[in-house]
Design a protein. Structure first.
Length: 55
C-alpha cells in the first residue's frame, strides 16, 4: 500500500497536469473565438435563424 507522502506527490502531479490541460483548452477556445469573429466580420450571414425555419 502507498504511503501518504507518495499519494500527495501523485495528486500534486495530476493537479499540475489538469491545470496545464485546462490552460491549453482556454487558449485554444480563445483563439478559435477570435478567429471566428474575424471571419464573420468579412462575410454576410447566410444561415437562417431557428425561428424562421420553425415557422
Amino acid at each position: 500500500m502507498a504511503d501518504r507522502r507518495s499519494l500527495g506527490i501523485v495528486g500534486f502531479v495530476f493537479g499540475g497536469v489538469t491545470a496545464a490541460v485546462m490552460l491549453i483548452a482556454v487558449l485554444v477556445v480563445k483563439h478559435h473565438v477570435e478567429s471566428r469573429a474575424a471571419l464573420d466580420g468579412r462575410f454576410p450571414v447566410l444561415a437562417a435563424s431557428t425561428q424562421a425555419v420553425m415557422r
